[in-house]
Design a protein around this ligand. Sequence first.
Ligand code: ZN
Ligand code: ZN
Length: 145
Amino acid sequence: MPYTGGCQCGRVRYEMDVLEYAHVCHCRMCQKATGGLFAALVGAPKDKFRWTATAPEDFWSSNLAKRAFCKECGTPLGFTYDLPDARQYVTIGSLDHPELAPVTHQFGLESKIPFVEFCEAIPGERTGDTTAVGEFLANMTSRQT
Ligand SMILES: [Zn+2]
Ligand SMILES: [Zn+2]
């Protein structure tokens, strides 16, 4: 049985065969994109992920990544890099059963809001800590204002 989820109004729905790499991201772009203190995301390879109702709208938050949302209700739905082998991530809160995606990693610790105490025992890293990610993100042009 696939894992399912969707937006608040039900216009956009998705299903995914696996839940991989559940994480939170504290970066400023994820804070803005979700309106939350951090983004909580879980992914699947693109061939194991399907939009099953109306497809979402996308906001290209940078030249490298787009963030799916529903234009009717505004729910932030997902995130993916513009790469063929990139996972499609969805917001854990948009899953029908978010309890199935326990967070195992944190990113963007450089922007973590000081009063956020969340999963303190979970390993984390600052954006660009790993060389491959740093080189990839070096080419990013933000479209966030
Ligand atoms: Zn909606
Ligand atoms: Zn982020």
